[in-house]
Design a binder for this molecule. Structure first.
Ligand code: SF4
Ligand code: FES
Length: 170
């Protein structure tokens, strides 16, 4: 019997669920409890670097919040997916992610089809409190934009999620 065929019990927001051993908190919550935890950098099978911290949840007895996309469930794990502390941490991590990214959505090609935009709206962030105008590149971005015939890279839009790096490496 491989590990995927074994099942374990986890508690999600006070209810007990039987889930396969080895899956992530993110998948356990979505597939078995119908709870979608917000995520940004994670791409199943491609990027599991856990860089953004948007998906944090509380696990009983853990000293810190855990990243749901890269943390595997264990038998008896007691998970809380939503409370004030979690919301504050997610908002803080999102603002850190947006520290070098002005929300110029109205003039952006991705407007209306952007997870980052959706999350900023969800967490009511119009501008990151960590954004420094002097960090925004002006003309320099023009040189970087078309530096590769397959990839358009705009440093003002890069949030260092490492999805692209992981996709290329994998
Ligand atoms: S990439 Fe940035 S500026 Fe463009 S729609 Fe998304 S959040 Fe807005
Ligand atoms: S989605 Fe989990 S750390 Fe980014």
């Amino acid at each position: 019997m491989n590990t995927q065929e074994k099942t374990i019990s986890v508690i999600i927001n006070g209810k007990t669920f039987t889930v396969p051993q080895g899956i992530s908190i993110l998948d356990a919550c979505k597939q078995y409890a119908g709870i979608t935890i917000p995520s940004l950098c994670y791409l199943k099978g491609i990027c599991d670097e856990g860089s953004c911290g948007i998906c944090v949840v509380e696990v009983a007895k853990a000293r810190t919040l855990q990243r749901a996309c890269i943390t595997e469930v264990f038998d008896g794990m007691d998970i809380t997916t939503d409370n004030e502390k979690i919301q504050e941490a997610r908002k803080m991590n999102l603002e850190l992610t947006l520290a070098h990214h002005p929300l110029d959505c109205m003039t952006c090609d991705c407007d209306g089809d952007c997870t980052l935009q959706d999350l900023a709206y969800q967490f009511n962030i119009k501008k990151s409190r960590f954004l420094k105008e002097e960090d925004i590149l002006g003309d320099k971005k023009e040189t970087a934009w078309d530096s590769n015939s397959f990839i358009q890279f705009d440093p003002n839009k890069c949030i260092l999620c490492r999805r692209l790096v992981s996709a290329c490496a994998n």
